[in-house]
Design a binder for this molecule. Structure first.
Ligand SMILES: [Zn+2]
Ligand SMILES: [Zn+2]
Ligand SMILES: [Zn+2]
Ligand SMILES: [Zn+2]
Ligand SMILES: [Zn+2]
Ligand SMILES: [Zn+2]
Length: 421
């Protein structure tokens, strides 16, 4: 799910891949080989970094966010869905067919519990039968989006990126969101159509905070009527009027209705003067006073929009009733998780050479440094030949170099041993 990961993180996955030479033989520069490896490593580190790859995460209870997998060997479609942690994916399901679920929030590892008929967890066999707090969806069977398709989808020829909804955590095709998504670099998080319907309190916020989108008049994708209009409020109203879909009136009603919602649902009478107590100030009510529309589309949000959501008593109660308390938590974002993964490992990994050196005795240190210098000199010499000839270094060339270096090293080591004994 590399594409999707990149899209959700708001990063540009680049795509292109650096094929500059003849079409039959792609050539890459050394810098590109190294950069590509680093890029892949960085991405893997970001997704997996925050998760423990040695200990089953079950002991931590419902982990705030972790990399998660589903095993179609152990729990194929038709069986109860189950999710397993990163460490279990290596230790207990290493040879099985796994669906990578990217990251999910508030999940307890299921490995070896009652959902598994023939498998005992090797890392933490003592688990309760069922983790009642876990939420499952079709992702656990390898199916995504409202169209319930696998990813990658062998029958899908339309290039499209998958975007994760931050509320339900399902993944969606960009073309199945009811609007044309903004460029992946222009938004941070997405809330899908279904979740926007369920959490309709987000619409007044959307009018003020969300990233503008191109309007697709109809959610039936094949109608294909896309208006190339940046959606300012006036323009949207214009469009709706022209097409006989004037939602403005309806929204005024909804506005009134929603205004009373938090207090009515709490069973008490509507507080007469809200401003009496400063702590009672509600940003949502403030936003509801301004014009807004409810649409049947997903919404796209910029970074740190979550911190702008109201945290008054009534709103917090509403979040918990809707089971979306995480929305006010900036640390719940995938980005925060990825940053944690990256920085955790960076402190872990400072400088592998220096770390290794400090744990060695003097003789070992000298040997290692000699070997490192050998490698550097030989690689530089090897690459200079290409530079002199003006030819491009191919992937195979680098591979060949390391193979030859290894065998030279082996010969050297063998000779040493012979010499020493
Ligand atoms: Zn586990
Ligand atoms: Zn398995
Ligand atoms: Zn396990
Ligand atoms: Zn779809
Ligand atoms: Zn959703
Ligand atoms: Zn509020």
């Amino acid at each position: 799910m590399e594409e999707a990961a990149a899209a959700a993180g708001g990063a540009d996955s680049g795509g292109g891949g650096g094929c500059a030479g003849a079409p039959d033989e792609p050539v890459v520069s050394l810098a590109e080989v190294l950069a590509e490896n680093e890029e892949l490593e960085k991405e893997a580190r970001a997704v997996l970094g925050g998760s423990d790859h040695e200990r089953c995460s079950y002991s931590q209870g419902a982990v705030k966010r972790q990399a998660l997998y589903a095993c179609s060997t152990c729990t194929p479609p038709g069986e109860e869905p189950a999710g397993i942690c990163l460490a279990c994916s290596y230790e207990c399901h290493g040879t099985h067919k796994l669906f990578e679920l990217y990251t999910k929030r508030n999940f307890c590892c299921d490995c070896g519990n009652s959902k598994f008929k023939n498998l005992q967890c090797r890392l933490l066999p003592e688990k309760v039968k069922v983790n009642s707090g876990n939420k499952y969806n079709d992702n656990f069977y390898g199916l995504y989006c409202i169209c319930k398709r696998p990813y990658p989808d062998p029958e899908d020829e339309i290039p499209d990126e998958m975007i994760q909804c931050i509320v339900c955590e399902d993944w969606f095709h960009g073309r199945h969101l009811g609007v044309v998504p903004p460029d992946s670099g222009d938004f941070h998080e997405m809330v899908c159509q279904t979740c926007m319907n369920r959490c309709s309190f987000l619409w007044p916020y959307a009018a003020q905070l969300a990233v503008p989108t191109l309007t697709k008049m109809n959610s039936h994708e094949d109608d294909g009527i896309v208006l190339n209009v940046k959606e300012t409020e006036e323009q949207t109203r214009e469009i709706k009027k022209e097409s006989g879909l004037d939602h403005t009136e309806k929204c005024v009603e909804e506005q009134v209705e929603q205004c009373n919602e938090p207090s009515t649902s709490s069973g008490s009478a509507c507080p007469k003067v809200v401003t009496q107590n400063e702590e009672q100030f509600c940003k949502l009510r403030e936003f509801q006073r301004k014009p807004y529309l409810k649409k049947d589309t997903a919404t796209f949000w910029p970074s740190s929009w979550r911190s702008k959501l109201c945290t008054c008593k009534d709103c917090l109660k509403m979040y918990s009733e809707l089971d979306v308390q995480f929305l006010t938590d900036e640390c719940d974002t995938v980005l925060a998780y990825e940053n944690k993964g990256t920085s955790d490992q960076e402190t872990d990994r400072r400088d592998p050479l220096m770390d290794t050196l400090s744990s060695m005795n003097r003789v070992q240190q000298v040997e290692l440094i000699c070997e490192y210098n050998d490698l550097k000199t030989e690689l530089t010499d090897y690459l200079r030949r290409f530079a002199d000839e003006g030819t491009v270094v191919k992937r195979e060339d680098i591979q060949q170099f390391f193979e030859e270096f290894q065998s030279r090293k082996r010969r050297r080591t063998n000779r040493m041993q012979y010499y020493c004994s």
